[in-house]
Design a protein around this ligand. Structure first.
Ligand code: B12
Ligand code: SF4
Ligand code: SF4
Length: 244
């Protein structure tokens, strides 16, 4: 069956349709970035953005009930929600990818949580940077994407596409004088820097190796955890306190 969207159907309608589908599939937030906004962002492989013009960034919230159980590190409940949320994100991203391809465009779902380079700790691309470029939030002092609705209590995935879409407006950094993540980090890894857009390097925001060591050498080695997760800089952020 041919779906005739009529002569007035435009980029705004297509963007709304895609966002609506993402929400129906279980996303809590979805935004669209023009890839011109992230030129120079490292990708694996290099040039991953070359065939695409836009990124659709999907956020699924991890609930307050889960974060309330975190005290001094990750626990099995958080581990399970981490895995379940990743699975939901990958499913939403895959279904959006397939729908966009059915409409005759290119689309590529980027895994929620796949680390390709365990020396430099890099995925295919930074969902946080794209989430910021899609107007979902800002990168806080913890370097996490902080959203006005759920704070940093969201996990993310991205679909790259060449479908003509309408990009969302950017949000300003709202960390202000807050230092809660810096004070709470068990590794002393957060420097507390302030930036309008984004730090030039991860090291500008973090004593990066301290965080890597904490999550890999301490938390991931706990038999009931087994993954490099933590959750403390997420739990303490005041922007997350009013979430689900
Ligand atoms: C590898 C990895 C790790 C590594 C390295 C983390 C890191 N900061 O890079 C380790 C194991 C340490 C880790 C730890 C954590 N992780 Co992690 N991790 C990833 C993964 C798989 C890849 C990250 C990556 O490639 N980073 C590349 C660097 C370069 O990007 P970046 O960190 O965003 O920093 C730069 C850019 O943002 C840049 N920037 C922003 N805009 C622009 C524009 C331009 C043009 C340029 C040049 C740069 C730029 O500024 C920064 C400096 O350059 C992502 C999933 C993904 N594919 O995104 C999850 C991810 C980042 N992790 C996540 C989480 C939650 C965590 C932890 C809290 C652990 C946990 N789950 O409890 C900690 C937080 C550590 C921290 N404070 O950053 C979430 C973040 C969600 C959120 N709300 O932001 C992600 C997105 C997973 C997901 N699907 O939701 N993680
Ligand atoms: S994930 Fe844990 S160790 Fe890393 S910056 Fe956040 S609070 Fe610190
Ligand atoms: S805890 Fe405070 S400083 Fe850290 S990301 Fe949240 S608002 Fe920003």
């Amino acid at each position: 069956m041919v779906l005739d969207r009529g002569k007035d159907y435009d980029n705004v309608d297509r963007s709304m349709e895609i966002k609506q589908k993402a929400i129906e599939l279980g996303a809590n937030l979805v935004g669209i970035a023009d890839l011109n906004r992230v030129q120079g962002l490292p990708t694996l492989p290099d040039g991953l953005f070359d065939n695409y013009t836009h990124a659709i960034v999907i956020a699924v919230a991890v609930s307050r009930e889960v974060f309330d159980t975190i005290t001094d590190g990750p626990n099995p409940l958080y581990l399970h929600h981490y895995l379940a949320t990743n699975a939901l994100l990958d499913s939403i991203a895959l279904q959006l990818q397939n729908e966009i391809i059915r409409q005759g465009f290119r689309a590529l779902a980027i895994p929620a949580s796949q680390t390709l380079d365990k020396v430099n700790w890099m995925g295919h691309l930074s969902h946080k940077a794209l989430g910021k470029a899609a107007g979902l939030g800002w990168q806080g002092k913890s370097l996490l994407l902080v959203t006005p609705q759920y704070g940093p209590r969201v996990r993310l995935a991205t679909v790259l596409t060449n479908a003509p879409l309408e990009a969302d407006p950017l949000l300003a950094n709202r960390c202000g004088s807050c230092q809660r993540c810096q004070e709470a980090c068990p590794a002393g890894a957060i420097k507390g820097g302030v930036w309008e857009d984004h730090p030039q390097t991860r090291e500008e925001a973090l004593y990066f190796s301290r965080c890597v060591e904490k999550v890999n050498e301490d938390f991931a080695k706990r038999p009931e955890i087994g993954k490099p997760i933590c959750g403390i800089c997420i739990r303490v952020c005041p922007w997350g306190k009013k979430s689900l």
